[in-house]
Design a binder for this molecule. Structure first.
Ligand code: CA
Length: 441
């Protein structure tokens, strides 16, 4: 385990794709995130890597011998309409492919000169294609790993005892629906469901009146494990391919009525949105940091959730910003307003602890499974990851520049999440964005 820095992370590298060298570009040659785009001619999904404002056709480059022999198995696996065949292969192949892509997209290499000569066949402008879901997701498990979020929500439900006694021992999660994971840009339809408004004696059935977002990071699982064979905390790194932005929409009124005793169900399964680009763990190596320090007096994780490597480098310094624009704001040409800025370092549990815990009973994880971190709220008012927390369950409405107010989300609202890593002389890399407009039921 332990992330390794190598030549692909060198902040001095530049690309022959000029747009990748802009200082605020999300996709410089140090990033190389994977996604699936519709071929402009056939519409069939193709695996691509984002570089500047272009997409590089991985399988086509591999077929022309531009990625080197070591990258060939992974390059061949990219001749597919999802990332799943690549996810199966595991870390050595992912590293070989990244090295080949980096050399082919870099300025000043022989591979780069050859690729540039064939740029017309290998690159498409992002603006000209439709992105598709990058992964055929088998299972979706959503954790609850920000102690700030768990405490804030718990306080609303149980003022005297906000945090359940298991929280500091178990990375708590529930099993979500993979079928309703949608791609950024698609609409979010307001769910209809059963809830009990205020102090009504009987529940009613209708459109949710308390629609919320949840600011999360999604983690895609690689090779996985056979049924009955757990993944240890030290092996966990080799089983995770990459991260993307995840918005886990939640209907708080439906949730509040249905969640006891078995947890969230229809309040969550109507939609979760992901961003189209998967940023690999290897690309994130320069932004690894210690697992968040536990406050004095908190228990140490049990041995199966504990390792030196996890403690030293289990965290990720990923910033996530959330902004909101109502339909009226967009009609008036008013830009979205920022409503949250949080960071993956606000998680109490690392993604490696989540995976090790998930597989600890022998549950088999499969390539393409999606793990959500849970809402990433931080300790300050600026770093709250849901509107439930921002408006204190609707009691302190958010004011929009149009004079509108929001207690929860309304039809026509557009929610935008962006994520990136930067700092300390390293090349900034971005995740792009995850956005969706809410439609009426
Ligand atoms: Ca969630």
């Amino acid at each position: 385990m332990m992330p390794q820095l190598n030549e692909t992370h060198d902040p001095a590298l530049a690309s022959w794709v000029d747009s990748a060298n802009e200082p605020h570009c999300d996709y410089p040659v140090q990033n190389l995130p994977f996604g699936v785009y519709g071929d402009p001619k056939t519409g069939r999904g193709k695996v691509g890597v984002a570089i500047g404002d272009r997409i590089f056709d991985v399988a086509a480059a591999n077929a022309r011998g531009l990625l080197g022999g070591a990258a060939d198995p992974a390059g061949t696996a990219c001749d597919a309409d999802t990332l799943n065949p690549l996810l199966v292969l595991g870390g050595h192949h992912w590293t070989a492919l990244r090295a080949g892509l980096s050399r082919a997209l870099r300025s000043g290499t022989e591979e780069g000169r050859l690729a540039e000569a064939e740029a017309d066949d290998l690159l498409v402008p992002m603006a000209d294609v439709e992105m598709q879901l990058p992964v055929r997701i088998g299972d979706f498990t959503d954790f609850y790993s920000s102690i700030h979020h768990a405490t804030n929500v718990g306080r609303m439900l149980r003022p005297d005892n906000p945090l359940m006694p298991n929280y500091k021992y178990i990375p708590v999660a529930y099993h979500g629906r993979a079928s309703s994971v949608a791609l950024s840009g698609q609409a979010c339809r307001r769910p209809v469901g059963q809830f009990r408004p205020g102090d009504a004696a009987e529940p009613s059935f209708g459109p949710s009146r308390a629609l919320d977002f949840e600011t999360e990071i999604g983690v895609y699982v690689g090779p996985g494990n056979p049924l009955g064979q757990p993944i240890s905390i030290d092996e966990a790194e080799d089983h995770l391919f990459g991260l993307s932005i995840l918005n886990d929409w939640s209907a708080r009124d439906i949730q509040g009525w249905e969640y006891q005793p078995l947890g969230p169900f229809l309040a969550k399964s109507f939609a979760s949105h992901v961003s189209p680009w998967v940023v690999t763990l290897e690309a994130l190596a320069p932004f690894r940091c210690p697992a968040p320090a536990r406050p004095d007096g908190d228990p140490s994780p049990l041995p199966y959730l504990s390792s030196d490597a996890n403690e030293k480098e289990g965290g990720f310094d990923v910033q996530i910003a959330v902004s909101l624009a109502s339909a009226r704001m967009r009609a008036d040409g008013i830009p979205p307003i920022d409503i949250s800025l949080t960071n993956m370092q606000n998680l109490y549990w690392t993604i490696f602890q989540m995976l090790a815990h998930h597989a600890s009973n022998g549950c088999n994880m499969r390539p393409g499974d999606l793990i959500g971190t849970g809402t990433i709220s931080g300790p300050t008012e600026q770093a709250l990851g849901s509107i439930l927390e921002i408006t204190k369950r609707g009691s302190q409405p958010l004011s929009l520049p149009t004079g509108e107010e929001r207690r929860f989300l309304e039809d026509g609202d557009e929610l935008i999440m962006q994520a990136w890593c930067e700092g300390d002389g390293r090349r900034r890399i971005g995740f792009g964005e995850c956005r969706a407009v809410i439609e009426g039921p």
